[in-house]
Design a protein around this ligand. Structure first.
Ligand code: UDX
Length: 437
C-alpha cells in the first residue's frame, strides 16, 4: 500500500518507518527542509533504540522516502497519516493549527479516495474538524477521516508499534474500516485486538489511557509521601498491591514525578476538555498539582541535610532525560531540580547517556556536563539520581566512595535497596522509604 505520513516527529517517523518495514511504500512529509535533507542523507533526527536498523533498511530498499512537498508526498497514497504536533495553548487545550493547516491544504490536491488518519493525540471532535477543513475543497466521496491514536512509549517505540497491545480505530465508514484492517493486519497477527469504535470514542480513549496511567503513578507517589510520614516502605506496598491482578504490576513505581511529552500535556488537555464541557474532573486537577510538587520532593531533604545552606555545595547529577532510553527532556524532573538548586547557589555536574545536548540547548553552561557518571560525582558533596538509566543501578560503590566528598545519595528513582545502603554506610534518601543514615 502507498502511505503518506505528514509530520516526522516521534510518532510520525516511527509510524512511517514501521509501515515501510511491513512492506508498504511510505513517503514522509515535513515542512522542515533541513530535517528532510538530513533524513534523505540517512540521519535520524530522534534517538530511539532499534529505529536505526529499520530506517536504514527501508531507505536502502526504497520503501521509505522523504519530501517537503505535500502534493508529491500524497501522490497515489491510499492512506495519509497526520502526525503533527498539538502543543498546549495558553489555556491548556491542544492547539490544532498544524493539523488544520494540513487538512486545509489537502482538500484541493485530493484526486482519488484516501483515508486521512489522525495519529496525533487530539481532542474529542477533531476528526470532525479535519473532515470539515478538507471538505471545503474536496468532495466527501474522496476521503474519510479516521481517528487512530498511537500508544507507543518513547524508548520502546518500535516494539510498541510493531507489537501493539491493541489498535484503536475510530471510524463510521465501512470503506475506511476495510483499508485500516488491511494496513494493521501484519501487526496484530498474534491476536491482539483491533478495536473499532466511533471517532469521538477513539479520541477519548487515548486521553483516558494516558490520564489513567498518570493517575496510577501519582496515586503511588502520594502513597510514597504518606509512607515517609508513617514509616512504611513504598516498595513493599507496590509488591503487595501490584500482585492483585485487578491493579497490575506496571506503572506503580513511585519517584520524582512523571514527565515527557504526553502525560503532562494530555492530563492538562483532558482537564480543559472537561471544564469546557461543564464537568469538573476533580481527580485530574489533583494529579497535576501532586505531580508538580513531586518533582522537587527531594529538595527539602537536601536542604535539611546541608543545614539549609547549599551555597557552593557540589551535586553530581545522574540522569537528565525524563526517563531512560530517550534524549527527551520535556517536563523532565531533572530540570526543575537544577533550577531550584542553582537558585540556592549550588554547583551541578551532570551526566546523562543521551540527553546532555538537549539540556545544554535549554540551560547552556549553567551546569557542567561530564563524560561519564563517575566524573560527575568527583569531589561532589552528594549524588542526585534523577533518571533510572540501567547503568546507574549497579554502580561501583567502592569507586564512588573514593570520589565523593561524603557518602550521600539522594535518589529520586529508588534504585537501591535500603539494606545494601546500610551495609555500605551511605546516607541514603529515596522516595517513600525510610532514610538510611
Ligand atoms: C506515554 C504512554 O505510556 C504512551 O502510551 C503514550 O503514547 C505516550 O505517553 P512516554 O511518555 O513515552 O509514554 O513514557 P512512559 O514510559 O509511559 O513514562 C511516562 C512517565 O511516567 C515518565 O516520566 C516515567 O518516569 C514515569 N513513570 C512511569 C513513573 O514515574 N512511574 C512508573 O511506574 C512508570
Amino acid at each position: 500500500m502507498k502511505i503518506a505520513v505528514v509530520g516526522t516527529g516521534y510518532v510520525g517517523l516511527v509510524t512511517g518507518t514501521c509501515f515501510a518495514e511491513t512492506g508498504n511504500q511510505v513517503v514522509c512529509v515535513d515542512i522542515d527542509a533541513n530535517k528532510v535533507e538530513k533524513m534523505k542523507n540517512g540521519i535520524i533526527p530522534i534517538y530511539e533504540p532499534g529505529l536505526d536498523v529499520l530506517f536504514n533498511r527501508n531507505t536502502a530498499e526504497g520503501r521509505l522516502k522523504f519530501t517537503t512537498d505535500l502534493a508529491e508526498g500524497i501522490k497515489d497514497a491510499k492512506v495519509i497519516f497526520l502526525a503533527l504536533p498539538t502543543p498546549p495553548g495558553e489555556d491548556g487545550s491542544a492547539d490544532l493549527k498544524y493539523i488544520l493547516k494540513v487538512a486545509n491544504d489537502l482538500g484541493p490536491i485530493l484526486d482519488q479516495y484516501v483515508v486521512v488518519i489522525d495519529k496525533s493525540t487530539v481532542p474529542v471532535g477533531t476528526a470532525e474538524k479535519v473532515h470539515a477543513a478538507i471538505a471545503k475543497n474536496a468532495s466527501t466521496e474522496l476521503f474519510d477521516v479516521v481517528s487512530n491514536p498511537e500508544f507507543l512509549r518513547e524508548g520502546v517505540a518500535v516494539e510498541d508499534f510493531m507489537k501493539p497491545d491493541r489498535v484503536v480505530i475510530g471510524t463510521s465508514s465501512e470503506k475506511a474500516k476495510g483499508v485500516m484492517t488491511k494496513l494493521y493486519a501484519p501487526l496484530v497477527r498474534q491476536g491482539n485486538p483491533v478495536i473499532f469504535m466511533d471517532e469521538r470514542s477513539a479520541e477519548m480513549t487515548k486521553y483516558a489511557a494516558n490520564a489513567f496511567l498518570a493517575t496510577k503513578i501519582t496515586f503511588m507517589n502520594e502513597i510514597a509521601n504518606l509512607c515517609e510520614m508513617v514509616g512504611a516502605n513504598v516498595d513493599d506496598i507496590r509488591r503487595g498491591i501490584g500482585t492483585d491482578s485487578r491493579i497490575g504490576k506496571r506503572f506503580l513505581f513511585a519517584g520524582i514525578g512523571y514527565g515527557g511529552s504526553c502525560f503532562p500535556k494530555d492530563v492538562q488537555a483532558l482537564e480543559k476538555t472537561s471544564k469546557d464541557s461543564g464537568y469538573e474532573f476533580q481527580i485530574l486537577k489533583a494529579v497535576m498539582t501532586v505531580n508538580e510538587d513531586q518533582k522537587t520532593k527531594l529538595i527539602p531533604h537536601i536542604k535539611a541535610h546541608f543545614g539549609g545552606d547549599l551555597k557552593g555545595k557540589v551535586f553530581g547529577m545522574w540522569g537528565l532525560a525524563f526517563k531512560p532510553y530517550t534524549d527527551d527532556i520535556r517536563e523532565a524532573p531533572a530540570l526543575y531540580n537544577i533550577k531550584e538548586l542553582l537558585a540556592e547557589g549550588a554547583i551541578i555536574k551532570a551526566f546523562d547517556p543521551e540527553a546532555m545536548e538537549n539540556v545544554k540547548g535549554v540551560i547552556g553552561d549553567t551546569i557542567t556536563y561530564t563524560k561519564g557518571p563517575y566524573e560527575a560525582i568527583k569531589d561532589a558533596d552528594a549524588v542526585l539520581i534523577m533518571t533510572e538509566w540501567p547503568q546507574f543501578r549497579t554502580p561501583e560503590f567502592e569507586v564512588m566512595e573514593v570520589l565523593l566528598k561524603d557518602k550521600v545519595i539522594f535518589d529520586g528513582r529508588n534504585l537501591y535497596e535500603l539494606e545494601q545502603m546500610k551495609e555500605l554506610g551511605y546516607t541514603y534518601y529515596s522516595i517513600g522509604r525510610e532514610t538510611v543514615k
